[in-house]
Design a protein around this ligand. Sequence first.
Ligand code: ZN
Length: 209
Amino acid sequence: MKFLANIFTTESFDDNLFYNIVDDESKLIDGIPTLIIGKANAKRICPCGFRMFGDNWEQDLIKLECCGEMYWTYGKREERDRNETAIVKFKKIVLEKLLNSVNYQFFNVLTSDKEQKIELNNILTDSSKKFVLISDDMLYIFFPDRMETVGVSLRDIEYGGTDRKKILRTLYSNASVTMTKERDFMSYETREMLRKKKYVIPYLSSLSA
Ligand SMILES: [Zn+2]
């Protein structure tokens, strides 16, 4: 399991699949964004930030530049509205980062030449590890080795004269393919944010694989 971000909190936190939820500083993972929930926690973990900004916090989500990619917000019992707004903002930042980390390439079946068709066939049949999502008549094939998703329109494939069932059979019979689903692991909120960016979904699946 790989995590997208740390959440330091002593309160409950939903949507925990991709977040490393901790109440112990030593369990924070380096190199990923961190959200500290609760004023006293933030003060203790990043005293320098508090010296810099004083006690006048007017934002919901406050960035503590001094400590890397670290943010803090009030706890639910301190400032409920700010807490909720900040968590949504933080998740957006994390997802934005996620979207930027995956390359997306649309493979246009209709304009592809013979060589490209062979390439597509290789993509479907070769033994490199891949995670596949089928959604809205699209095939999204994510390659962890190169952090890239290739998108192929199943409708275009059929338009080009190949039965989609044949393509799917090829995929299902390839042992290096992990088929994924949107709803298996995603909260409603995450799904909404990724509605038009489905190419990262197979990547998310690969994290929990
Ligand atoms: Zn700091």
